[in-house]
Design a protein around this ligand. Structure first.
Ligand code: WTA
Length: 704
């Protein structure tokens, strides 16, 4: 073993010590009405009942044909769930609720401008809209079962309508987060080979009607460069009949949805009965290499998994008013705004804009006005609401029975504010840890049965059996205080089926690390690598430390360092680039870019601005770096790899550790001097890192 490897090993296994937090218990009133109040459910999902235990989730759905095999694990790691079964996701989220709940609100949409009325769409109305748009997709856009369609939509009800219309036809949808750039959308169109793009003219964000159509033209150009021609662009209008964008429509290619829909009024389209393992949608996410990967999710397994976890973990009852304040452009919105809640026939709330617009009381006004009973958001939003309006929740008369947090580790202190102030001490909190690739929750607490512990997500959820491995494939024991790579030992219905068009990358990314025998036909030999470091307390609860790969989690959004770096490298002056995370009080982590210039160029503000502009153009505003540091040289290993953990330590004022194995250890002091003195000047010195944060920074960039 080389010294370099030895050093990496010891750092990956770093011991993490934190203060044990006290438990919180659910209110009696909550327990009395909870979907999972009988501890027998924990028994039913024990490992000896796997995989049949998941029948309980699948039975929440209506099947056209019952399955014959719950889990077909004969071709690892390509698991097949509910084989032989047939169903339609759109039917399950819409049609089946008509008999009893025809005129109950399925969706309540809250526009950002407060003077615009809230729109309640009943199940009947949703049924009409989904059918009409499905008829349009089938006839006008000529989409067929198995085709892909890309959506680049903001938070408007037309988005779930479009998703459910595609699902009705068995067309695979790929929704790209509306805040992503046209270029990022174009890459995803090309990768999924979509011939149709569904977009919108504009939407409100922070009081401004944003021109969104402009991104469509760019997306199409980028896709065309990669050999994929988009034939039709379907443009929803924020105000039907009135175009809110300055970007011209392209004759013969671009069409206003409200115009075309006139031809499909009242049309009904039979839901296509799909095999359980037919793909339902793709969701692109960042990974270690620059190319985003399209997580392919199934129809039967996925829908069963999100319905089951929505029911038991978020305690959704049909009579609840449930508000998940995520964006549908991310997996959280797919699983826990659209598919899970609608499969259960509840009322799901969608909000168009920024949570603090026009003031930090907005969320609580919405909750009061609509009588929201379940609230779901991310630590970033909680931190922001706390900073801007710590006393706002008390001013409004709403009562949550349960609340969810997702997307990043939540600091115990922030958790307690969420619990005491937002939840008014009356609501349970479920801290749900999972990933785009996993379809639904992996770690959390059953709110009536398992006590809460601030900062820990809890144990594995029903039917999920996690394990922590160290770099030598040894199990890291609960209570040892050591960190490990968290893996899931077993298959589960919500797990991605593959990476779209790249089975090899799928196997390599999620299974290769801990699979000892690629020929093994036994699922026990195929632990799923989640990509997070974690510590398990003696009580079995996990505390998630963050990504072990080259991914930076900014405000709950996964940004790949390679994507950030490739964007920088499009700037002529830039020779080398490295992206690292810095601890940020509001966003959890922010991005800092380090760049080295080509010979002949002098550092300056102009180049820094070009770097920022390139990132915003290629990825989107969410990826905007906090700082750009132009350095004379990057610290590198002898094999030429940029040591991101070293510069990440500099940015965070953490100990850089042993740098003697570097090819150029002498550059480290210079970089530290340059960056840290500038940060001191700006008054931007981060607080002392917690031991977990220190561990995360040390482990950063070690997996390639
Ligand atoms: C992080 C979002 C701590 C984690 C659903 C994971 C969390 C990545 C939590 C996936 C949580 C998500 N506590 N960390 N409750 N939830 N993460 O794919 O690092 O956007 O690997 O899925 O977010 O992000 P993704």
């Amino acid at each position: 073993m080389t010294t370099e490897q030895e050093q990496q090993l010891s750092e990956a296994q770093i011991a993490v010590h934190w203060r044990e937090e006290e438990y919180y218990y659910p209110p009696t009133r909550f327990i009395a009405q909870a979907n999972a109040a009988d501890p027998a459910i924990l028994e039913r999902f024990r490992e000896e009942n796997f995989p049949e235990c998941f029948k309980e989730y699948a039975e929440l759905l209506d099947w056209d044909q019952y399955w014959h095999t719950t889990l077909d694990a004969s071709n690892p790691p390509f698991w097949k769930w509910f084989v032989g079964g047939r169903l339609n996701a759109s039917y399950n989220c819409v049609d089946r609720h008509l008999a009893h709940d025809r005129n109950k609100a399925a969706l309540i949409w809250v526009p950002e401008p407060e003077d615009e009325p809230t729109l309640a769409i009943t199940y009947q109305e949703l049924y009409r809209r989904v059918n009409e748009f499905a008829a349009l997709l089938q006839d006008f856009a000529a989409l067929q079962t198995g085709d892909r369609v890309t959506f680049h939509m903001p938070m408007v009800p037309d988005l779930p309508v479009a998703m459910l219309a595609a699902a009705r036809l068995g067309v695979i949808h790929s929704q790209v987060f509306g805040g992503f750039s046209g270029g990022a959308c174009g890459d995803r169109i090309a990768d999924s080979q979509s011939r149709v793009l569904v977009t919108m003219d504009g939407y409100y964000r922070n009081g401004e009607l944003v021109d969104h159509k402009a991104k469509a033209d760019e997306a199409i150009e980028v896709a065309a460069k990669q050999g994929v021609e988009v034939e039709k662009v379907l443009v929803w209008r924020r105000y039907p009949g009135r175009y809110s964008s300055k970007t011209p429509m392209v004759e013969g290619r671009d069409f206003f949805v409200d115009d075309v829909l006139a031809d499909y009024q009242g049309q009904l389209v039979d839901p296509v009965s799909m095999p359980a393992e037919a793909p339902l949608f793709l969701m692109y996410s960042s990974g270690t290499t620059g190319k985003p990967k399209g997580a392919q999710h199934s129809t039967g397994g996925y829908l069963a998994y999100v319905a089951g976890t929505s029911k038991y973990y978020q305690d959704i009852h049909p009579e609840d008013t449930y508000w998940c304040a995520a964006d549908i452009g991310w997996i959280t919105g797919h699983s826990y705004i659209v598919y899970g809640p609608l499969a259960l026939g509840t009322t799901t709330v969608m909000y168009e804009g920024v949570p603090t617009y026009p003031d930090p009381g907005r969320c609580w006004r919405i909750a009061e006005r609509l009588g929201v009973t379940i609230f779901h958001t991310a630590p970033t939003t909680i931190r922001m609401l706390r900073k801007l309006g710590p006393d706002e929740p008390a001013k409004y008369n709403y009562h949550f029975k349960t609340m969810t947090t997702v997307g990043e580790p939540i600091e115990p202190d922030v958790w307690r504010w969420y619990y005491n102030v937002v939840g008014k001490g009356e609501a349970c909190i479920t801290d749900t840890w999972w990933l785009t690739e996993t379809g639904g929750f992996l770690g959390s607490t059953l709110p009536a049965l398992q006590q809460m512990k601030p900062g820990s997500c809890g144990p594995g959820v029903l039917g999920i059996y996690p394990v922590l491995y160290d770099e030598n494939h040894q199990v890291v024991e609960a209570g040892s205080g050591a960190a490990g790579n968290i893996c899931i030992r077993n298959p589960w219905p919500g797990v991605l089926q593959t990476i779209w068009g790249d089975d090899d990358r799928f196997v390599k990314t999620y299974y290769a690390k801990y699979n000892t025998d690629p020929d093994s036909k036994d699922w026990h030999d195929w632990p799923f690598l989640c990509g997070d470091g974690a510590v398990q307390a003696a009580d079995g609860y996990y505390r998630i430390l963050g990504r072990i790969d080259d991914v930076i989690n900014v405000a709950g959004h996964r940004l790949g360092t390679k994507e950030l770096e490739s964007a920088c490298l499009t700037v002529d002056e830039v020779a080398e680039a490295a992206a690292v995370p810095v601890i940020d009080e509001l966003r959890g982590r922010a991005v800092e870019m380090y760049v080295a210039l080509n010979p002949g160029y002098q550092p300056g503000k102009e180049i820094e601005d070009k770097v920022v502009a390139a990132i915003e153009r290629d990825i989107g505003k969410i990826a905007r770096p906090k700082s750009v540091w132009i350095v004379s040289d990057m610290p590198k290993t002898r094999s030429g790899k940029i040591m991101r953990r070293v510069i990440a330590s500099v940015s965070n004022f953490a100990d850089v550790g042993d740098v003697t194995t570097l090819a150029n250890p002498e550059v480290v002091d210079g970089i530290r001097q340059q960056v840290q003195s500038e940060k001191v000047n700006r008054g931007d010195v981060p607080r002392q890192l917690t031991p977990e944060e220190e561990a995360e920074i040390k482990a950063f960039g070690q997996v390639e």
